[in-house]
Design a protein. Sequence first.
Length: 393
Amino acid sequence: MEPLLSPAERDALVQAEARHAAGVYAKRDLMLVRGRGARVWDARGREYLDCVGGHGVAVVGHNHPAVVAALRAQAERLLICPGSFYNDTRAHLLQRLGTLVPGLERVFLANSGTEAVEAAIKFARYSTGRTEIVAAMRGFHGRTLGALSATWKKAYRQPFEPLVPGFKHAAFNKLAAWEPLVGDNTAALLVEVVQGEGGVHPATAEFLHGLQRLARERGALLIVDEIQTGMGRTGRLFAFQHYDLEPDLVTVAKGLGGGVPIGAVLLGPRVRPLKPGLHGSTFGGNPLAAAAALAVLQVLEDEDLPARAAALGAYLREELARVSGDRVRAVRGLGLMLGIEVRRKAAPYLQALAQHGVLALPAGLNVVRFLPPLTLSQAEAERIVAAWAAVVG
Ligand code: PLP
């Protein structure tokens, strides 16, 4: 194992982050310096199977050659082009994104998940002339004030109150709890198909269809947040496609750029046409991110990655449950979005997994979450199972 940085250099850089970063992240004692496919290497040269994947970003794996080549070529040509001018690469991406799902033809391009959610909230309010948003308890939608207002967790919200008025929360998977909250002033219902940060909880088909019906009946829009579930992770390009839903707005980010920041909102026909000047973003739709996203979409198709996520996800879910026996509370998920609810805190399990060469992330206090690249091989999936068996055994 060759160190990629000298121990002295590594320590100095750890100190630099500790001293100068704003301090909003709880740190793990690992410095990641290189990645390829489903693997990353730390400064000491140790290899890990990466089921953190940049918090679910690395759907096509780290540094996919097609993404790297697209970025190189675009960087040589044009890095920035404002939305007020046409751009060839952006046009290709809009065309591609706008024809992924029949009915979701128009697209707003942003730079992150939270920005996509902000845009969706604004478009829903503008479209309906109403102000209220009903979101799910345990849901996570981002950290900017609008998206944070839709997010459930008190620890994220309370230090920043007052938040945006007009947000209500109802229990996930309990349609009856939503009915009294959706009225004449409800602009939109906002939901994740599988709650990610909230603990990897898949929605039921009845719940999702119930929300869609409720939205239609009461003149509100349905926003599906696919920021974590999208881009093939759950076994379909978008998780709502498992349920034949017809959302009015779909937010996407994370995996879309292959590691380059990008967010998008797909807009359905019930969203009122937007006017110039209504919303915007300096970097939204920049050619560099557009080139990366185009490459990601091509890789997803060429390598049939959603199908791979479905097959490997089913294998992993079954095997992780098998080796866990009754030592865990539950193994949940859809495709390659998996969560194991343990009986104690997740953190020691994550540390033990890292010692066995697998990086995973928490979802809340007691769920160990796996968000591996969809390019994972069968042998790599087996290594994940073996590592978990060693940790839980
Ligand atoms: N929505 C969901 C479902 C997410 O999982 C996340 C991030 O984890 C966000 C929104 C926020 O995305 P970002 O961190 O890119 O702002």
